[in-house]
Ligand binder design. Structure first.
Ligand code: RIB
Length: 317
């Protein structure tokens, strides 16, 4: 186990999330009356950076913003959360990323459209500027909201320095084996695992088959999130089902995958074995879904790992 806070680099996007609570998804051409609206910080990479910082890691975010009020909100968020911004770049040629999120008011399920905007203008030369920070990290975490070439560039730089790589393959997309072979730990949800393997994930057994198929394509370890059924952790031919953590009523599942991937990255960087790290991530995500929003809903370390109870004094003779 590390005797210092783990150090991570997260490559990804920031998006301003406009979230609307709705009784159901509208059809094309239809208007549905919603019950509430909120504007807040999002973007999978940014959410993961905030989650990892709250869980005790030193985190550098590698991202690009526009030059607009949403960018100012992002910078205020990072200042408040202690996320390093040396490699958060800015452009005047595109707007900061945005996302429209519909949340089912009864079940907390979500549907998202995200526009990366300025984030997609991040250049390989800007990733190169962060190479020293990547080399000094205990883990490198990224997703698929950036162009795949940039994701591959970041992964290969981390690999070059022997830094553990984690890929949260969201949004779902088919991936080349050359990219998968650069991933030490892959964290798909059920639909992302299905997109990557063609195996319909209807339970832990199918998840284990999908994980084995991904390992055969070059991924080091696979942790498939299964919603209320927990997560399936697969490494070296062995699958373990880790139960979900029910911390209360589910209010909003948006960002749960971000919370899970960040918590997994933190725990692995601390030296926890895969199944223990997945259990830690299940606890973190189980708390996150009981709160509205994405980054603001991320749990703090003290909530996920409560302090040991005070020892009672031995009974007197
Ligand atoms: O994973 C949730 C995130 O996906 C939201 O914050 C939204 O911005 C999209 O990137």
């Amino acid at each position: 186990m590390l005797d210092r806070p783990p150090s991570l680099v997260v490559l990804g996007i920031y998006a301003a999330d406009l979230t609307l609570l709705t009784p159901r998804l509208p059809a094309w051409g239809e208007t549905v009356l919603g019950s509430a609206a909120r504007l807040g910080p999002g973007g999978k990479g940014s959410n993961q950076a905030v989650a990892a910082a709250r869980l005790g890691a030193r985190v550098a975010l590698l991202a690009k913003l526009g030059a607009d009020p949403f960018a100012a909100a992002a910078r205020a968020l990072y200042a408040a959360e202690g996320v390093e911004t040396e490699f958060v770049f800015e452009t005047t040629t595109a707007a900061t990323g945005t996302a429209a999120i519909l949340v089912d008011a009864a079940r907390g399920e979500n549907a998202i459209v995200v526009v990366p905007g300025a984030a997609a203008a991040l250049g390989a030369e800007e990733i190169a500027l962060a190479e020293g920070r990547i080399a000094a990290a205990d883990g490198f975490l990224t997703q698929l909201e950036l162009p795949t070439a940039l994701v591959a560039d970041g992964l290969s730089r981390a690999r070059r320095h022997g830094v553990r790589t984690l890929l949260n393959p969201a949004p779902a997309a088919p991936l080349e084996d050359t990219l998968l072979a650069m991933v030490d730990v892959l964290t798909p949800n059920e639909s992302e695992a299905e997109t990557l393997t063609g195996i319909a994930i209807d339970g832990p057994e199918a998840a284990a088959r999908a994980a084995a198929a991904l390992a055969a394509r070059g991924v080091g370890a696979v942790v498939i999130t299964l919603g209320p059924r927990g997560a399936l952790a697969f490494a070296e031919g062995t699958a373990r089902l880790v139960p979900a953590h029910q911390a209360g009523a589910v209010v909003d599942t948006t960002g749960a995958g971000d919370c899970f991937s960040a918590a997994l990255a933190v725990a692995l960087a601390e030296g926890q074995p895969l199944a223990a790290a997945a259990a830690f991530a299940c606890r973190a995500a189980g708390i996150q879904v009981t709160r509205p929003g994405t980054a603001p809903a991320m749990p703090y370390r003290r909530e996920v790992t409560p302090p040991a109870p005070a020892r009672s004094s031995p009974p007197r003779a």
